[in-house]
Design a protein. Sequence first.
Length: 196
Amino acid sequence: NGAVLWTVLRHYRMTGSHLWLKGWQKDLTRAAQWIQRMRQKSGNGLMPSSLSAEHLGTVDQYFWDSFWCLAGLQSLLQINQDLRREDEQWLVEEVKEFENVLQETFDKIQQRTGTSLIPATPTRGFDESAIGSICGVYPLQLFAEIPRSFSETVCEIKKRYTDQRGFLHPFIHSGYNPYLTLQLAHCFLYMGNDQS
């Protein structure tokens, strides 16, 4: 649902069709409410365990899901603004709470590991599957200013898990991965770093 909300905003920005966007308003709100319900059910405020990030491993509570859902909620706030609708207070609070939960989770990981690197899940160590977490940098661009933990994660992935052929992904879809290599390169470009 987060990916849908994020995509709808970008489609609207390309087409400029207010009429098209208004026709989807109720469904978009329901998608955001589903995200809210799933977070409440998970027990820790993140999105629940799933297999949606299947290229990262087996069922787990991936940051990938939480980042896409947060981006979706942020997108709905922008949609409401573009339609000159007053932001519903529950949505504003949901975005703030989600951002706070993520930051608290990162703080706990840092206390446990002694590093600010963002792994794939709150409980997994830092490995190649952390490539899923860089979606927060690109394409989602969750932050006006990229937090150091994210830029360090991008740099560490490049340092540890790439060579002249690209990003080597040993999990389920194993081998050199062109899509993930390009995503990593986009992250460096977005960060203003041309070392990719």
